[in-house]
Design a protein around this ligand. Sequence first.
Ligand code: OGA
Ligand code: NI
Length: 317
Amino acid sequence: METTRFQFANNTPLSLSPNFILPEENRPILSEVFSSASIPTIDLNNHDIDDLVSKISRACEKFGFFQIINHGVPKELCQRVLAVVTEFFQLPPEERAQFLTTDHSKRVKVFNYYQKVEGQGRVLMWGETFTHPWHPTEDFTHFLPKSPPQYRAIFTEYAREIGALMDKLLSLMSQGLGLEKDCLKRKIGERPAIYTQANYYPPCPDPELTMGLQAHNDISALVVLLQMEGVSGLQVVIDGKWVAVEPVPDAFVVNIADQIEVLSNGRYKSALHRAVSNKRLARLSLPMFYAPNNDTARRSEEEGKGSFSVTALGVRS
Ligand code: OGA
Ligand code: NI
């Protein structure tokens, strides 16, 4: 991938200035990251449904993260979406700057993550993020950038595929919890809040001094992430240790986020993860988030079941 042209939309110079340098205790220690043992890769083209349900269920219980292959989303479409999102990040910075905002309610925006550090204020993460809503069936083109010109068409097609894939995953996960197939989907609600967050991490002169994306749990329900081949960066905590999620060709990374952890009464794990930058290569990741909308959350609360009803699903942990 060509990276020489990349500049942050907010004009922060792309140099490892003190703005980006984390205090020692917050830095990633890359020599301690495990890369051999990793999360499972599950073949979704498995006609033995019981076997598939149990594989997915075990991965959700043990790791909260897994990769899927033979998932049915055309390879060529995945390549096209990664290419067009990369092109977006290679637009002149002033073109992306139109999406910069400090207004948290804006649904389409370009921003930079930071970590608040005591005594140092904000330390910037080495990456830029573009977020916008998506929808599997409804027209959401008005949220999408006009440039690059193919962005809208490709993303619309991709969203349809990811929507169908998420339905399938939610159904398998519901069965794994001993629930009706459509249970998780119904619980998440009719009009889910769905958004994507394209993360672009330019090459970093010293990935051990900074972070691409700080350690976090995803607050949504379910995440399907597409990452570039050949550049690693995503890491997840397994048994207290950081483990690299190496890109598997033609795979998606799937992870359980907080709402499904709660809905499953803690049986499915929302795991802590982060992204580190790479010394030589730029990296792009494209997580698609699926979450209950605020009304669904509010309704559950009003019913007095906490923010999400756990007992109503009758899942035993
Ligand atoms: C995220 C995320 C990981 C990555 O955007 O929530 O965890 O590899 N991204 O960029
Ligand atoms: Ni995340």
